[in-house]
Design a protein around this ligand. Structure first.
Ligand code: PEP
Ligand code: MG
Length: 645
């Protein structure tokens, strides 16, 4: 018997990626090595058991093995455990499954939802409802048991083969490859297979045997406290679903399968699901949930995709739709429109195309009001992939770069170097125009792997944005250092979200000073930058004068400012009629902030969705706003609007 104890140095412990690699290494030896940690043991050849053991960085683990190659196996696995970057690869979310639509005739009529992204569209419906597979458990006759085992083995092999096929795609990103490796490990896990085989042997049909085994393993992961490991439940569910679909001879649809010009109909769409689609192919979006400032709406506007959210149709009606027409400005939706309604929508589409080409001339304009005030029309971006569209639209810089997408599209936090590279690329792409980069603005409503958010009853009033960042300098300081490094380009402005108290600004300044000293010590160059705050809480409005004395600029976040001033949730379609930026209460708040900015001699911009509204642009400009930042698609019209003031 060979036995060796080591202190685990793998960064963040044996979560998905390192666990997958560790199991692969273990499987390359003939002997079975047992790992013991925290009083429990597991085979090193089972990824599921290993992850459930919850081995963390700095835990003591003991490896034990018997057999011919035991010494080599224990030595190799011990070395792995002592290598900090053994699993240092980022993972992004696993593909989300979707159910196929069932075409059926339906009555033509129009209804209204919340207008979320302007533009008119008509196209074939693409129902995106990743729902339950509706498995009916069945008891097998004794003579069916043998063939059922075979059916399961065939489905498992087909599932693994399809994962491997996806893994071999040359265009695959490194992070996606790591996810697929983890899924293969789960599918082939000896424990998972044993549980299914046992159930089939006891007379259960294969789909329900797989479903039950998968559910029970996923539940074990969900019960863990480590957020990385809890998130593995999603992998188990993906694999379970894939095997069941293979057993049933069915295939899931994903947004990647979307036919060109189709209108997505869904309950809701995560921004990440949308990111997986070829955005240029999406004709329109209709969702039962969400409202104008949901992130899916913001993405839709960024890419000029018409969208209506909070659409009050029942799920069955949406699932059975064959053709959908929508008007993202009025919120009108027609499911299976009759010829007359379809012609009305088609006419509107043609008029919009004509209007767009008339606005084309404004792309290159640097707009001024009639009395000569120059207004900067900038773009709101969520990723580097949107730079080109913004430049094409005539963006005079970036008024809001939402860094949270950088953190959300993955399962580990981006490090300082990666962030510095991203921010530098962004700054260079628009130099010498200003680039306003907002520090991480996430909370319980937008969770991020690597930050443990507890459940909050009111996430919009909770631990989010700068509140979270100030309590997590391990997350915040790498971002601030990365921003300081990108500031050498000369046009970077740092924007702080969710500021409610001047003390928060001072605390960030103190951290920035620390970061500068750390960069000096590490020999990294850093440059001058402006520091600004989002005006998006009523508190920031009331103490705007005090805050203005400490910062270089204000940027009004009308999305949140409206929801907080009106006490009307920005995501809840039932209170959408209260969630209006044009309400006198919200305009009064913006006026107060603008006065404070003018008195302090600092500039003020608007980066919420209202910045693009032709009916509000004159109000903003008359109140001293000199920068308006918006989705790329809205830029030419906003420029035209300014020239008419
Ligand atoms: C806002 O609140 O207006 C804003 C621009 O930020 P976000 O929509 O990302 O909360
Ligand atoms: Mg906001």
């Amino acid at each position: 018997m060979i036995e060796r104890s080591v202190v685990v140095r793998v960064h963040d412990g044996l979560h998905a990626r390192p666990a997958t690699q560790f199991v692969k290494l273990a499987k390359s030896f003939a002997c079975d090595v047992e790992i013991r940690c925290n009083g429990r043991g597991a085979s090193t050849k089972s990824a599921v058991k290993l992850m459930l053991l919850g081995v963390k960085e700095n835990d003591e683990a003991t490896l034990r093995a018997d057999g011919e190659d035991a010494a080599d196996a224990v030595a190799a696995l011990a070395t792995f455990l002592q290598t900090p970057d053994a699993g240092d690869v980022d993972l992004t979310a696993a593909p989300k499954p979707a159910a196929a639509p069932t075409p059926a005739p339906s009555v033509a009529r129009t209804d209204r939802g919340v207008p979320a992204s302007e533009g008119t569209a008509i196209g074939p419906a693409f129902a995106f409802f990743p729902g339950s597979l509706d498995i009916q458990p069945r008891t097998l006759a004794p003579e069916e048991i043998g063939p059922e085992h075979e059916r399961y083995r065939t489905a498992l092999a087909a599932t693994v083969a399809s994962f491997r096929e996806a893994r071999a795609r040359p265009s695959l990103r490194r992070d996606d490859a790591a996810i697929i490796d983890a899924l293969v490990e789960v599918a082939e896990d000896s424990d998972f297979i044993a549980a299914v085989t046992r159930a089939i042997g006891a007379g259960r049909d294969a789909p329900s045997a797989v479903e039950e085994a998968g559910r029970s393993i996923a539940a074990s992961f969900e019960a863990l406290t480590d957020p990385y490991l809890r998130a593995r439940a999603e992998d188990i569910r993906s694999v379970t679903r894939a095997i069941i679909l293979s057993l049933l001879g069915r295939r899931d649809m994903t947004l990647a399968d979307l036919p060109k010009g189709a209108v997505i109909v869904a309950d809701e769409i995560a921004a990440l699901d949308l990111a997986k689609a070829t955005l240029a192919d999406i004709g329109g979006i209709v969702c039962r949930k969400g409202a104008a400032t949901s992130h899916v709406a913001i993405m839709a506007r960024a890419h000029g995709i018409p969208a209506v959210l909070g659409f009050p149709a029942d799920e069955a009606r949406l699932k059975s739709a064959r053709t959908v027409a929508l008007d993202g400005s009025s919120g009108e939706v027609a499911i299976d429109p009759d010829a007359e309604t379809a012609a009305r929508f088609t006419g509107a589409i043609a008029r919009e195309a004509a209007e767009r080409s008339a606005l084309d001339a404004y792309r290159t304009v640097e707009p001024q009001t009639r009395d000569g005030r120059r207004i900067e029309i900038a773009a709101n971006l969520g990723s580097l992939a949107e730079i080109e569209a913004a430049r094409q639209a005539g963006a005079m810089g970036v008024g809001l770069f939402r860094t949270e997408f950088l953190f959300m599209e993955r399962r580990t936090l981006p490090d300082e170097d990666e962030q510095a590279e991203t921010y530098t690329t962004l700054a260079q792409a628009f130099a010498p125009h200003p680039v306003v980069i907002r520090t991480l603005d996430i909370g319980g409503d937008k969770p991020v792997a690597g930050i443990d958010f507890e459940h909050e009853d009111n996430p919009f009033l909770g631990w989010r944005g700068v509140r979270m960042c100030l309590e997590r300098p391990d997350v915040f300081k790498p971002q601030l250092r990365a921003l300081l490094r990108a500031s050498v380009v000369g046009n970077v402005k740092i924007l702080l979200p969710m500021i409610a108290d001047v003390g928060e600004v001072r605390a960030v300044r103190a951290l920035l000073d620390e970061c500068r000293a750390e960069l000096d010590a590490a020999g990294h160059a850093h440059g001058a930058f402006e520091l600004g705050v989002m005006i998006e809480t009523p508190a920031a409005v009331f103490v705007a004068a005090e805050i203005a004395a400490e910062v270089d600029f204000f940027s009004v976040g009308t999305n949140d400012l409206t929801q907080y001033v009106m006490a009307a949730d920005r995501l809840n379609p039932r209170v959408a009629k209260l969630n209006r930026t044009e309400h006198p209460a919200v305009l009064a708040a913006i006026g107060m902030a603008a006065r404070a900015a003018r008195d302090a001699g600092i500039w003020i911009g608007v980066c919420g969705e209202a910045a693009a509204r032709p009916d509000l642009i004159p109000f903003f400009v008359q109140n001293g706003v000199t920068e308006l930042s918006m989705s790329a698609a809205s830029i030419p019209r906003a420029k035209k609007c300014v020239t008419e003031i």
